[in-house]
Design a protein around this ligand. Structure first.
Ligand SMILES: Cc1cc2nc3c(=O)[nH]c(=O)nc-3n(C[C@H](O)[C@H](O)[C@H](O)COP(=O)(O)OP(=O)(O)OC[C@H]3O[C@@H](n4cnc5c(N)ncnc54)[C@H](O)[C@@H]3O)c2cc1C
Length: 420
């Protein structure tokens, strides 16, 4: 969250009924605020949408949450039934040398990683401006940066570690003193109480979270209400939850400097394709695990695959089918958005056959193109956040809260609300 509310006034107007607008609206309503939410489109949820096909659930955007105790309580209160990862499907893989591996580093590379981890950095980095790539090479070494950080970042942000600013994307990884080893830094933080988190999905898909929040706010949401200027809003507290371009237009006259910086923030482009295969259409047993991430130098166009029906129950209508979500595109392959459906299908047929032994018989495919999927937590975003804090949001009553104000994940957004 950037900025603070005027707590003497228990009235708030929120722009945007994506998950961030709904979450903050719900939270403030519980605290006794009178809420009004303006949503430009005819539905709530923004990017999030679950559809039920004859084969199983299809998530358009977010599919899972990292759930700790506080988040579990929050979701239980909303009557969201959560499913954990199936006991026998907890493995997460990274492809290296054409093989899906739980540990993609060699013995020698693990030793080198440990040496980096325990040593003071020989070339300390600038803590404010360092990219995650620089952080990785400094504190872990080249191999884990390429084979662990790279795929992980591509799985979350659909970009590369070089594009992320460490201070805002993973602030907890940043030592206070650049000359400290990562080991010493993490040991000094150990005393802080951490709650254990686990990957979970709402039983009936992410839509159930949207539906539940929308139901709790049903008298407070105005659909088809696109706000073009802040002067339309008469309230002591205004919370803006829209994507960067829309926020830039809204604050243009109040804070042109932040508006310009927001326009320079980029988003990763992404194609997500949920596919269903009949079980008989695998040359060997369907894969078991959470999914696989694929480093860019492995000769695949696919960025990663989530093994939906292996990892979670209630993802397919019948046990005869296997559901997986394939990700293509990202900042390294923006052209993927222009591929025709049959070209996407051809890539999936070819690459899943090589990866997990599917035959060509894809039963069902559901594709979503995202030109602006995930905000990139870059130096440009760090500058925009700082400018908003010192400019538009410096007065109590003007707040920005969304997936680029602090944390890209829904878990992060909920935790921010609970803690702030
Ligand atoms: C493919 C994909 C997979 C993902 N997977 C995960 C995951 O597994 N877990 C996770 O935690 N996160 C995940 N995410 C991220 C998560 O889905 C998003 O961060 C989150 O949904 C963004 O919500 P939001 O409310 O900030 O923005 P949006 O969903 O973009 O909502 C903004 C809303 O504002 C409205 N709006 C815009 N301008 C105006 C205006 N002028 N007036 C009124 N209304 C306006 C829009 O219509 C929209 O409804 C994923 C994202 C993608 C794309």
């Amino acid at each position: 969250m950037i900025g603070s509310l005027d707590l003497n006034q228990k009235e708030v107007v929120i722009v945007g009924a994506g998950i961030s607008g709904l979450l903050i609206g719900y939270h403030l309503k519980k605290l006794g605020f009178k809420i009004t939410i303006h949503e430009a489109s005819g539905r709530t949820g923004g990017l999030i949408e679950t559809t039920v096909t004859p084969y199983g659930l299809v998530e358009k955007a977010a599919h899972s949450l990292l759930v700790g105790e506080e988040l579990k309580r929050f979701l239980t209160e909303l009557n969201i039934e959560l499913l954990p990862v199936n006991e026998d499907s907890k493995a997460r893989f990274i492809l290296r040398g054409k093989k899906m591996r739980r540990m993609p580093l060699s013995f020698f590379e693990i030793i080198q990683t440990l040496i980096h981890f325990f040593s003071k950095p020989s070339n300390p980095i600038d803590l404010n401006s360092a990219s995650l790539q620089e952080w990785g090479k400094t504190y872990l070494g080249a191999a884990p940066t390429e084979y662990l950080l790279g795929p992980f970042v591509s799985g979350v942000f659909a970009c590369t570690p070089a594009e992320l600013n460490t201070a805002i994307s993973f602030p907890k990884l940043l030592p206070n003193d650049p000359k400290q080893s990562l080991f010493r830094f993490l040991r000094s933080k150990k005393s802080a109480k951490k709650s254990r988190t686990q990957m979970m999905v709402p039983r009936d898909g992410m839509q159930s979270l949207v539906t539940s929040l929308s139901e709790a706010l049903k008298d407070d949401i105005i659909l088809h209400s696109s706000i073009q200027s802040l002067s339309e809003l008469k309230s002591p507290n205004i919370i803006l939850t829209t994507p960067t371009q829309s926020l830039a237009s809204l604050i243009e006259s109040a804070d042109p400097v932040s508006a310009n910086l927001l326009r320079a923030v980029s988003y990763s482009p992404l194609v997500t394709v949920t596919v269903h295969y009949h079980r008989s259409h695998f040359r060997k047993a369907p894969p078991s695990g959470v999914g696989v991430l694929i480093p860019r130098n492995e000769g695949f166009r696919i960025l990663g695959v989530l093994f939906n029906s292996s990892a979670f129950n209630n993802r397919v209508q019948s046990k005869d089918y296997v559901s997986m979500t394939v990700m293509l595109g990202g900042t390294t392959d923006p052209e993927a958005l222009q591929l025709t459906d049959s070209a996407v299908q051809a890539i999936i047929n070819d690459e899943l056959e090589r990866l997990i032994g599917t035959t060509q018989n894809l039963t069902h495919l559901c594709r979503t193109n995202w030109s602006h999927a995930i905000p990139i937590y870059s130096l440009a975003l760090a500058q925009a956040q700082k400018s908003l804090k010192e400019g538009f949001c410096s007065k109590p009553g003007l707040v920005v809260f969304n997936n680029y104000s602090k944390d890209v994940s829904i878990r992060g957004m909920i935790e921010t609300l609970i803690k702030d």
